[in-house]
Write a protein that binds this ligand. Structure first.
Ligand code: CP3
Length: 341
């Protein structure tokens, strides 16, 4: 018992009602986020400004009875810290100068942690500001997901550029994955030192992979990160979120050693409750678009999810990030339903 219900749940303790946080809970659906966002010259400057990043991390907790704060940053600060140019264009998402076989060697892992120091300052400030029962969540992108942006130069629906690269240039790809695994370990260890109670590995593109590729690009790098972090932070609490892992989910959970498993909204509840080990804590898995519409359909689905996981540790969350058009009243309705039935 840590006195933090969400952290306790990650550590395997079932609660009377599930604790809740919301992926992307600090973001554009909140008017106060949009207000703060314009004070920074760019999205990355917001990520690297501890004062503003602390402010936007706390905004959702001022409005709602959430059980955790997640530090405000992005998974793409890692390529930026490695020296790859990253920018966020309005309405376009992230744009990077793609890496190729030769430029991977000029990435600069030795400078990464210094570059990320402001994010660690954000965590320290949040630790000091949060009530003791709230859990502080740190995170990074998992290597494959980050590599899809580094190689493709932008988001894509099929990750074709990275999937081609991995098969065509296996040595360069392995070199890139090694850099990302090592940098992620150092970054997460530093996040725990700065006050994170738990960290989440965002593997947002765990889909579109055959099972050999899933083992090599998802399971093995995530397993190495869990092992590497725990070698320096014994028993470090870690949530894995392999979005789209589908039939690979149980293998992912067993092989990586994460404490808890994030479930996307396409994961069937029956499958999850029957096929995943009974003592494995799960997190998820409401479709964010049900939250946009709200009302009785949302309450019914919330009840169904809570019921499916009532016999195991469960953290309520969405199955992917909250979308900007979500009405704030629906978020309040969701949290009330989860907390009070
Ligand atoms: O959860 C939180 O509240 C903490 C902050 C957070 C952000 N991004 C802020 C953000 C976290 C945890 C992320 C993770 C992230 N970033 C992921 C993994 C989760 C997922 O959604 O799959 C990915 C793939 C990214 C990369 C990324 N960042 C994309 C594709 C985009 C553009 C799409 C979009 O939603 O605009 C971003 C930008 C981004 N990251 C915004 C926020 C609040 C919006 C940018 C803005 O405010 O101008």
């Amino acid at each position: 018992m840590t006195g933090k219900p969400l952290l306790d749940t990650v550590l395997g303790q079932r609660q009377a009602r599930p604790p809740i946080w919301i992926m992307r809970q600090a973001g554009r659906y909140l008017p106060e986020y949009r207000q703060t966002r314009i004070k920074a010259k760019s999205f990355l400057e917001l990520c690297y400004n501890p004062e503003l990043a602390i402010e936007v991390s706390l905004q959702p907790l001022r409005r709602f009875d959430l059980d955790a704060a997640i530090m405000f940053s992005d998974i793409l600060v890692i390529p930026d810290a490695l020296g790859q140019k990253v920018r966020f264009e309005q309405g376009e998402g992230p744009i990077l100068d793609p890496v190729d076989q030769t430029s991977i060697a000029s990435l600069q892992p030795e400078r990464a942690l210094d570059h990320l120091a402001p994010v660690l300052e954000t965590l320290k400030g949040l630790k000091a500001a949060l009530a003791p029962e709230k859990t502080l969540i740190g995170f990074c992108g998992s290597p494959w997901t980050v590599a899809t942006y580094m190689i493709g130069g932008r988001g894509s629906t099929d990750q074709a550029a990275a999937r081609l690269f991995a098969v065509r240039y296996p040595e360069a790809f392995a070199q890139l994955m090694d850099i990302l695994v090592q940098t992620s370990i150092d970054y997460l260890v530093a996040q725990f030192a700065a006050g994170a109670d738990v960290v989440q590995l965002f593997e947002s593109w765990a889909l579109n992979l055959d099972d050999a590729a899933f083992d090599e690009r998802v399971i093995e790098p995530n397993r190495r990160i869990v092992e590497g972090v725990r070698a320096r932070v014994p028993n470090a609490p870690i949530i894995g979120f392999p979005r789209g892992a589908a039939g690979n989910l149980a293998r992912y959970a067993a092989a990586t050693g994460v404490n808890a498993l994030g479930l996307d909204y396409a994961t069937p509840l029956d499958f999850a409750s029957k096929q995943l080990p009974k003592d494995l804590p799960v997190q998820g898995n409401l479709d964010p678009l049900r939250l946009v519409v709200g009302g009785a359909q949302m309450d019914a689905r919330v009840d169904r999810i809570i019921d499916a996981f009532s016999d195991r540790p469960h953290i309520f969350n969405l199955g992917h990030g909250i979308v900007p058009e979500t009405p704030i009243e629906h978020v309040a309705q969701l949290i009330d339903r989860v907390k009070n039935g």
